[in-house]
Design a binder for this molecule. Sequence first.
Ligand SMILES: *[C@@H]1O[C@H](CO)[C@@H](O)[C@H](O)[C@H]1NC(C)=O
Ligand SMILES: *[C@@H]1O[C@H](CO)[C@@H](O)[C@H](O)[C@H]1NC(C)=O
Length: 594
Amino acid sequence: MKTIVIFLFIILIPFSYAEDDVLCLKGLKASLKDPSNQLSSWSFPNSSSSSSSICKLTGVSCWNAKENRIISLQLQSMQLSGQIPESLKLCRSLQSLDLSDNDFSGLIPSQICSWLPYLVTLNLSGNKLGGSIPSQIVDCKFLNTLALNKNKLTGSIPSQLTRLNRLRRLSLADNDLSGSIPSELSHFGEDGFSGNDGLCGNPLSSCRALNGKNLTIIVIAGVVGAFGSLCVGFGMFWWFFIRDGRNKNGYGVGKSKDDSDWIGLLRSHKLVQVTLFQKPIVKIKLVDLIVATNSFDHGNIVGSSRTGVSYKADLPDGSALEVKRLSNGCCVVSEKQFRAEMSKLDQIRHPNLVPLLGFCVVEDERLLVYKHMANGTLYSQLRDCSMDWPTRVRVAVGAARGLAWLHHGSQPPYMHQYISSNVILLDEDFDARVMDYGLGKLVSSRDSKDSSFSNDELGEFGYVPPEYLSTMVVSLSGDVYGFGIVLLEIVTGQKPFLINNGQEGFKESLVDWVGKHLSNGRSKDAIDRSIYGKGYDDEIMQVLLIACSCVVSRPKERPLMIQVYESLKNLGDQYGFFPEYSDEFPLIFNKQEH
Ligand SMILES: *[C@@H]1O[C@H](CO)[C@@H](O)[C@H](O)[C@H]1NC(C)=O
Ligand SMILES: *[C@@H]1O[C@H](CO)[C@@H](O)[C@H](O)[C@H]1NC(C)=O
């Protein structure tokens, strides 16, 4: 894999004239203040005669010793000051730029990525840079590490950062940033964002907890307030920046106002009736959902995924529902198509799926009403408390059964496309129930004939199979990959991306991490400590192997979902966990189809 990446770089980087790199350094030296003469040793050859090379100068590394072509500039801790110089654009093949721990001031040039399009590492931490983070940073598409911490940066985090899909390390800590953290960035962890008084949302405190002053700043900055990070999340991002590519400056003030006002919109239609599939005894109106969710309060949020944010609705009779506000539900299909999709989803009933009970349409808003699941998401169960192994097997088999039914028990097959541990819910008996099925058409722009779609709609971050990046086509085997990641989470207790302490805090994918342990013969180190050595080790290893078969990179080599389900079920059967699943699958559902 690594060799391929390096190989690509060599092909991609056009030949740049060595002369340019010399001028680049000359320009740097001329434009920077260097009070402690750190660059005094920088002297330049009069001609480009190969005997005199710039490659040995302090802080400079070249692609190879024979060519004045710079790959890396390491000028950290040199007391340099001034602006980030434009002459950097002459170092076009630069991959690593470290100007950290100096006194650079001014703005981060918005053209930095057109100057240095091949940057893999950019470290500007520990300077005096102000202004906002330029959204054009998205043009550094090979960026792996971005450290802007310990500066004086202001404004909100540009949502374009979420499109840097190679980014493994991000630090924006200790600045004056404000607004909500885009939910797709929350996996970079608290350390990446702390020390910014105005910043809120996962992984920091929720936006609700802000004081009035900060909230005003955020509203003025045009970032949606309390609901911002989650609601705006992916859907708004897609709508404003991909579909309407003209708005390049982050959240537009007017548009975010619209979004924060969606509750106002719902209120103004509060007497609209909620369509329920089963004839209800009492009719539910929109106002009942508003009251039951405490006006869609942040505290009622039970989950958030690419498809939208779900809120718990506590009804007066003591029962509960889950209301999902669909991301850009408005923007993809017409109301008529939406209603048609809804009546199709009404047909989907399976004990391992969260039943969709109804829906509500108000102008551009689409609300889906699901049954509430008492034990929340698998994701939170794996984090909050330690599930024992038999429970984990029960969940794995149940979720596999639900997905296998979508793939093989219904006609035409339903691709899930958004599999993650956040859409596997647990009912009161800890039986798994899959949610968010059948929403692909409603939240992504692909049309039904051609299942290709844009890069940003590939699925849930961390669960996207490698082939999607090149084929841009979703598939059943892609779902199997996503489920493989869920199984890895169940076995390891880790998130789909994790910090690998061995390598200076690099974030690496769970697949790579597990693969490394297996190839080193240390598979037991990959297993969640809380379940290891309790008499289930053989079984755990078997599930790990099933998981690995799901996440192989060639889609054709992955098993079918029904095979995954059967392997898991055989395993569970040894312990008599699932007498009730005496296999009705999938014939009974085929018969019910019409
Ligand atoms: C480079 O050029 C300068 C003046 O143009 C001259 O003084 C110096 O001796 C030259 N150095 C070499 C190594 O030729
Ligand atoms: C950036 O530079 C600082 C100071 O030199 C260093 O401590 C930090 O580890 C670097 N960050 C990254 C992500 O490389």
